[in-house]
Ligand binder design. Structure first.
Ligand code: DAH
Length: 341
């Protein structure tokens, strides 16, 4: 085949191959195949050495034509492919601007923490310290040191979570009382909040895990009137000036005399409603004068020192204040609940 025919063939083949290239990469392969340094066009031009001087100009002209034609066609097709690739990319990255936005996530302070913060700030305002005790406690501090009679049912396996014969999850924050009295000398004035555990069936109001705050004041000349006055001031600060307190005789091994305490219902002010089970009162906790056996046990003379103590459920306070019907919601991390309260 003569050179001019070869050039025609190269032109036709290159134009056909280029049409079937649909990516920049494929197009480049075709370009190198025909126009590259070792491409078909160069190969053919090498054969020009065998031509006569008369033949050369026509072949040279035709070769340039073919080169220019092909270069133009590659440039044009390359622009088409770039536009196609751009269109595909835009399609793939398409944004639906009509989709609703995603609201930023806003954290909240847990209702129990809010209640506890208020409890701490009211008591520290009255000169109390905030102390702590271990959640995994010995039998001695949880029960033994607190003057429990040997057969008290609270000490039973049925009622407490024992880790061994001698170690259990504390069943009340009162477990820290003797630890504190062993470490301090009167005047002792403190609250000690924390998590406690009892073997309880989960119900709306009861849980195996809940929270309490105990308070303790031991000094010379402390009376039951101080207990009443302090709790009265605390609950007025917590639930409003109209709050009334009620104390009724009760029994706890670690106090004598002992009293349960309640506050007037802040929904019905004593008339009776669903919140207070139509009694007009909301029961809150236990209290009393520190038992002389405990004072003696920590080396204090009960003739000289007296003290009061109380214990109160924190979950109960949070449920009352925020209208929470199910204690379980306080222990679970359900953001729908936490952001709604
Ligand atoms: N620990 C008691 C309970 O969990 C509550 C209590 C009663 C605490 C009297 C006290 C107290 O400090 O003096 O039921």
């Amino acid at each position: 085949m003569d050179i001019l025919s070869q050039l025609d063939q190269i032109e036709t083949a290159a134009l056909a191959d280029l049409q079937s290239a649909h990516t920049g990469e494929a197009l480049e392969t075709v370009r190198v195949e025909f126009l590259g340094r070792k491409g078909q066009l160069t190969q053919v031009l090498r054969g020009m050495g065998g031509l006569t001087p008369e033949e050369r100009p026509a072949v040279g002209k035709r070769a340039n034509e073919v080169r220019e034609r092909l270069e133009a066609a590659f440039a044009e097709h390359s622009a088409v492919i770039a536009a196609e690739e751009e269109a595909a990319r835009l399609e793939a990255e398409r944004l639906d601007v009509t989709l609703p936005g995603r609201a930023p996530f806003i954290g909240r302070i847990h209702p129990l923490t809010r209640v506890l913060n208020d409890v701490k700030s009211i008591f520290t305002g009255m000169g109390f310290e905030v102390l702590d005790g271990p959640e995994v406690e010995t039998f001695y501090y949880n029960f033994g040191s607190l003057n429990y009679p040997d057969d008290h049912p609270a000490m039973d396996d049925q009622d407490s979570f024992y880790l061994s014969d001698d170690v259990l999850l504390r069943t009340h924050t009162t477990a820290a009382q003797v630890r504190i009295l062993q470490q301090r000398t009167p005047p002792v004035r403190c609250i000690y909040p924390g998590r406690v555990h009892r073997r309880e069936q989960m119900t709306l109001r009861h849980s195996h895990t809940f929270h309490q705050v105990d308070g303790l004041l031991v000094d010379e000349g402390i009376t039951f009137a101080d207990l009443k006055g302090t709790l009265d001031a605390f609950f007025k600060a917590m639930f409003g000036e109209q709050t009334q307190m009620r104390f009724r005789a009760d029994f706890f091994p670690f106090t004598e005399p002992s009293a349960e305490f309640a506050m007037s219902c802040f929904v019905c002010y004593g008339d009776g409603c669903r919140l207070c089970s139509h009694t007009g009162w909301l029961e809150l906790g236990g209290s009393g004068m520190v038992h002389p056996n405990i004072l003696r046990h920590v080396g204090l003379d009960p003739e000289r020192y007296t003290g009061w103590a109380f214990g109160c459920g924190l979950d109960r306070l949070a449920m009352l204040r925020y209208g929470i019907g199910n204690i379980r919601q306080l222990l679970e991390t359900d953001m729908r609940f936490l952001t709604a309260v």
